[in-house]
Design a protein around this ligand. Structure first.
Ligand code: KG4
Ligand code: ZN
Length: 341
């Protein structure tokens, strides 16, 4: 007896990555990501340039994803796209593409919350790896967000802690900028940190209520510290690069873990996941494993390709919405400030 499979085409265009993925049931067949290098010249994402690049990339990226998946258009059951949150001009490109695609093929479209996508990336099939069980906590850390999410079910989530200023990814990128790295500098801090002593320099930690975070004070204390040291030694950064990076990375990870441990202990939840671009950070991944072993957590770390923005995570979220027939109609519009519900 042949079983009916579900094929979902996922589209992600919330920031500066144009991505398309094909999902068969809960398995990724293809996940193409076109990163926009143009922003490096400007030290951050320029929204107008991002939407233009999405316009140029979206058709070839979708084409490649479908070819690589080895499927034909008539096999696709639905198209899932990122409705928000993100940059409006970028989101509009994915949303408009999804509307046209849905009309042309006469298939349903599914509007996905990008933050649900980061969390649900954990449910993409990965050989031999367990998936989290509900309820679990997910530390979602990216360039735009820093949240502790209480995940009660696939589409039932509550943000119990969030940043009151900068996101963790911004803390990495802004610190990297102070050190002279180009955008996004998070991965470079990670790279140099691996060679350095994380206890060499200490930065002040914020005191914030509940499960919330703050990173703007850290950025200021790093800036003042570097300026002071450079007065004494103009080549201070070059001379101490690895130790500075390791110390900054440790400070950011410490701020995150103080609240993650507090939430786990107070809510008595020991299934702990990480998600979002910053979950690609090697120090964060190692710390999750270390703390997890100490506190008897079951920990979940996504594959690298599903940490930073990608359409695979949008497709898997779309699959869970498809199963519940949660479809959007042609009147749907992108939403830059979409919240998790
Ligand atoms: O999830 P993401 O791709 O986009 C947003 O939704 O924001 O996250 C991008 C962020 C950037 O701030 C980038 O510097 C950071 O993730 N990031 C890292 C690493 N890889 C990406 N930060 C630290 N270490 C990394 N290895
Ligand atoms: Zn993201």
């Amino acid at each position: 007896m042949s079983q009916k499979h579900t094929f979902i085409l996922g589209i992600e265009s919330s920031c500066d990555d144009t991505s398309a993925a094909v999902l068969k049931n809960e398995t990724i067949l293809s996940n193409i990501i076109a990163t926009q290098d143009i922003h490096k010249m400007y030290g951050g994402v320029v929204p107008e340039l991002a939407s233009r690049a999405h316009m140029q990339n979206i058709v070839p990226v979708v084409d490649q994803a479908i070819k690589l998946a080895g499927i034909t258009l008539d096999q696709i059951d639905a198209i899932a796209f990122t409705k928000g949150p993100g940059l409006l001009g970028s989101l509009v490109v994915g949303t408009s593409f999804a509307k046209s695609f849905s009309l042309a093929l006469d298939i349903p479209m599914i509007d996905v919350n990008h933050m649900h996508g980061h969390v649900l990336a954990h449910f993409i099939d990965d050989e031999g790896k367990d998936k989290p069980q509900f309820p679990f906590l997910c530390l979602t850390v990216s360039g735009g967000h820093t949240q502790i999410v209480l995940v009660k079910d696939y589409l039932k989530m509550e943000v119990i802690g969030t940043t009151i200023d900068d996101a963790a990814g911004e803390a990495f990128d802004k610190s990297a900028k102070i050190l002279g790295f180009e955008y996004p500098g998070g991965p470079l801090i990670d790279k140099y940190a691996q060679l350095g002593d994380a206890n060499k320099f200490e930065f002040s930690k914020p005191r914030i209520d509940g499960y919330n975070f703050s990173f703007s004070g850290l950025k200021t204390s790093i800036l003042y510290f570097i300026q002071k040291q450079q007065k004494l030694n103009p080549t201070f950064i070059e001379d101490n690069l690895a130790d500075i990076c390791a110390s900054i990375q440790k400070a950011i990870i410490d701020i995150l873990f103080i609240k993650l441990i507090k939430a786990s202990s107070e809510l008595n939840i020991k299934q702990i996941a990480i998600a979002g671009g910053v979950s690609a950070n090697s120090g964060l991944r190692t710390e999750l494993i270390r703390v997890g072993e100490e506190l008897n957590w079951k920990t979940f770390i996504p594959k690298f390709e599903f940490c930073t923005d990608n359409a695979g995570m949008i497709a898997i979220t779309g699959k869970f919405m498809f199963d519940k027939k949660l479809f959007a109609d042609q009147s749907i519009s992108a939403s830059a400030r979409l919240k998790i519900v």
